[in-house]
Design a protein around this ligand. Structure first.
Ligand code: AMP
Length: 542
């Protein structure tokens, strides 16, 4: 017997309607090239989204066609998200930090019909346009006064298009399984792979991220999404904030600038924020330099890469709760959040320092397991580590325009490519990417744990650990360190002594190399492939 409840498709159009009707006066504040502090309301935002929907309708695209964006976090990008997806098109967010050849591949593979770009990316687009014949027009996200004088053929002005369009538009009733957004994830090898989100998956993910032990969003919050809208939909904030009625503060192209972030937090009274470790390092450096504070900020999520202990401890001193989040493009992205701060008093300092850096508990809706090389499930004892697999309604079932591959080899599960432990309380900890794990004498050493320890040294600005060939142990860890600017004296012996007593002796790296800079990929993570190439000829004996 079936239940007798209404079958209402879960679409993001529902989110837009809700925010417009219920939180119409809540503000959206943005930093843009043409306005250092633009502000308007949800009501105005979605009225403009209707204008944009009319513009899109005039282009006569078929349902499901892709609109690309090369844009920062701001209100025009938000309007593009909703106008395209809610009118039946797909918003394809493109990461401008990828290599031009990857961008050309992505745009052509996705068959983007129009691309909306921030003026900052015009030089980039001038290079890409000749290679992307399927793109019919390039829309610059600015007004007439700030339009560039030249550019690729069919360069259009966003504000002019909107000014000429009607505000009346009836959003179509969509199927909840219709695609709404597309984001490519760039592995270190092979072509980027497209993850195609549905209205339903996006809506359920946004719901889940609002939960108290996830991002914990409410209508009293002011949220600063520093994580880019071009990388996994800014972790769902453009959907969860309107759902909750939270005020949004978009940092535009200033997301890596500690001074602007600090000013935005204080002037807009930001309560919650989310970003990768690099942006928090930038904010903390500015706070130290300016003796600044961020009293309104209650909680931040650090995700996308392992969180160094130093970030969490420095935020403790500012009264900010640090939550580690883990996820992937294929997971919309949120999979787990560490909200252990609520249990701080039950642990000794050392125990808590270990616990708080774990990737956290799966959020409701995400199921996990860790498996050995034969696919057998491993116990949740905090010790056994294996390949992490996940399943849930906001996890990709396959990649866009690709047959299911190795990641989907086990039906119903997605292999994350991460190696993890899970403890009896359900806290998952990432120990490595499968391909980064260091195998010494047949045993695994976690590069992430060693990196966390290295960066907790006060004179270390950044650190990475890679495995290098060893005649006896097959592989041994090599530590690569960027010293703090004021610590040229930091040497290898001091560095290695730092590990003693903190990890098993056989985990301690065999050698240290000091470098000026560690290479990063397009999403700000350490590029271990590039590091392995840089140290390809490294020999421990030498
Ligand atoms: P992306 O799809 O580009 O967001 O990358 C996802 C990958 O980032 C994951 O599979 C992890 O390897 C890594 N990652 C994300 N969050 C964390 C975290 N909290 N700790 C360690 N690695 C993380």
């Amino acid at each position: 017997m079936q239940g007798l409840m209404m079958d209402m498709p879960l679409t993001i159009t529902m989110i837009m309607r809700h925010a417009e009707q219920v939180f119409g006066q809540r503000e959206i504040v943005s930093v843009t090239r043409d306005n250092p502090r633009h502000r308007y309301t949800y009501r105005e935002a979605f009225a403009r989204a209707r204008r944009l929907a009319n513009v899109l309708a005039g282009w006569q695209l078929a349902k499901g066609e892709r609109i690309g964006t090369l844009a920062w976090n701001d209100y025009r990008h938000l309007e593009t998200y909703y106008a395209s997806a809610c009118s039946g098109l797909v918003c394809h967010t493109i990461n401008p930090r990828l290599f031009p050849e990857q961008l050309v591949y992505i745009i052509n593979h996705a068959e983007d019909r129009y691309i909306f770009l921030d003026p900052d990316f015009l030089p980039l687009v001038e290079k890409l346009a000749p290679e992307c014949p399927g793109v019919k027009g390039w829309v610059v996200l600015t007004d007439a006064a700030h339009m560039p004088e030249s550019g690729p053929e069919n360069l259009l002005c966003y504000e002019n298009l909107l000014a000429d369009a009607s505000e009346q538009y009836d959003w179509p009733q969509l199927d909840e399984q219709d695609a709404c957004a597309l984001c490519y994830t760039s592995g270190t090898t092979g072509n980027p792979k497209g993850v195609l989100y549905s209205h339903r998956s996006t809506m359920l993910h946004a719901y889940a991220t609002m939960m108290p032990d996830a991002m914990g969003l409410s209508s009293r919050d002011v949220v600063l999404p520093i994580v880019p809208m071009f990388h996994v939909n800014a972790w769902g904030n453009p959907y969860s904030c309107p759902m909750a009625g939270a005020k949004i503060v978009f940092p535009g192209n200033r997301m890596g600038d500690g001074e602007t972030l600090c000013a935005l937090i204080n002037e807009e009274q930001v309560t919650k924020s989310a970003g990768v470790p690099t942006v928090w390092l930038a904010l903390q450096a500015w706070l130290r330099k300016s003796s600044g504070s961020v009293p309104s900020l209650g909680q931040i999520i650090v995700g996308g890469a392992a969180c160094p202990l130093s970030i969490a401890e420095e935020f403790d001193r500012h009264g900010v709760e640090t939550r580690v989040g883990w996820g992937m493009t294929e997971m919309s992205p949120l999979g787990s959040v560490n909200a252990s701060f609520a249990e701080r008093d039950s642990y000794s300092d050392a125990e808590f320092a270990r616990l708080r850096l774990k990737a956290g508990r799966p959020i409701f809706g995400v199921e996990m397991k860790i498996v050995d090389d034969h696919g057998e499930s491993l116990p949740w004892d905090g010790e056994a580590y294996g390949s992490l697999k996940v399943r849930g309604p906001w996890i990709a079932s396959q990649y866009f325009r690709q047959e299911p591959g190795d990641a989907h080899a086990e039906p119903g599960w997605f292999e994350t490519g991460d190696v993890a432990t899970i403890d009896t309380d359900g806290y998952m900890a990432i120990t490595d990417r499968t391909k980064d794990v260091i195998k010494s004498g047949g045993e695994w050493i976690s590069s992430i744990e060693l990196e966390n320890l290295a960066t907790s040294h006060p004179k270390v600005a950044e650190a990475a650990v890679i495995g290098r060939e060893h005649p006896k142990w097959s592989e041994r860890p090599l530590l690569i360190v960027v010293r703090e600017a004021d610590a040229p004296e930091l040497d290898a012996d001091t560095m290695l002594a730092w590990f003693r007593g903190k990890v098993a002796d056989w985990w301690i790296p065999d050698a240290v190399e000091f470098v000026e800079e560690i290479p990063h990929g397009a999403t700000g993570k350490i590029n271990k492939l590039a590091l392995r190439e840089q140290f390809a000829d490294y020999s421990f004996a030498g």
